[in-house]
Design a protein around this ligand. Sequence first.
Ligand code: 2NL
Length: 343
Amino acid sequence: MEALLQQIENYKKEITVYEAADAEATEAFRIKYLGTKGIVKAIMGEMKNVPNDQKKQFGQLLNDFKLFTEEKYEALKLSTTGGAQTAAKEIDWSLPGDSFPVGTRHPLTIVRNEIVSIFKRLGFAVAEGPEIEDDWHNFGAMNLPEDHPARDMQDTFYINQNPAWLLRTHTSSVQARVMEKQKPPIRVICPGRVYRNETISARAHCFFHQVEGLYIDENVSFADLKQTLYFFVQEMFGKDVKVRFRPSYFPFTEPSAEMDISCLICGGDGCNVCKHTGWVEILGSGMVHPKVLENFNIDANKYTGFAFGMGVERICQLKYRVNDLRLYSQNDVRFLKQFTSAV
Ligand code: 2NL
């Protein structure tokens, strides 16, 4: 037994002076003393040779030795592992902090903000409304007859639980709510998400984003419409861009016109984007139909107005050359990271 006691004492001395420069040396210590084939285990195995009357005393001794070794191991670990080491070292407070990534704004948000800010400068207020609408605000008030194809199940998402509700197909419903509450003069723009039952492809999606505008006052003319939208285009796309209006049809405006701008890609010479016409369509517009005004008890003999609507995706496509609508909603950071504007 004397020999065993001596052995333990020697190991204790060895352990006391053991130094570990790195995590590897600490691990070597663990394997040598505390591993499954290590010294502590081996000495514990000596218990079977200890006479019965000394077992209790020896057991205590061996246990102390085990604890002693474990404590040393914990101390080595603390001084050689990362976190503890930094804490032990002095910190240089003058170093710059760790930067953390800030996200980027979604391209549609950037473009929507830009559109909104241009119209705000012209005195338009911003209005928002619900995405789940009733038939009246989305269709009826906008002079869409009962049998209009846009109301069809194929084009509009109706809510199963209550077929009187639908997902708005344009933000005209928001302007309807403004006209309900407010008397002319009215000058609002309504940005928002709208839904249409389309098969998803590069050129169509079941939702997109719109900015619609409405201006009602005495003596509002088609000349006001043209000049307002011309100003918008110049602010959005630059002074060199040309515009043209083509006659069109919408149930809620009369007369109606679509607006084209000269192709930004080829400058009007003809390319794939403008289908070799030199022009690209950017929005629909017109003078508010008298029936729409009367739906809100606005005297159509006293007041006139113009309205317009544009797709944010379309403007964004022209500005940033985005050639697939699906990119906007796939959340692929390789796409999103390319837009870093703070607007
Ligand atoms: C398009 C065409 C348009 C309107 C929207 C409107 C709103 C009211 C009254 C009359 Cl409250 N009109 N909005 C008018 C003409 C065209 O949108 O192509 N949008 C993407």
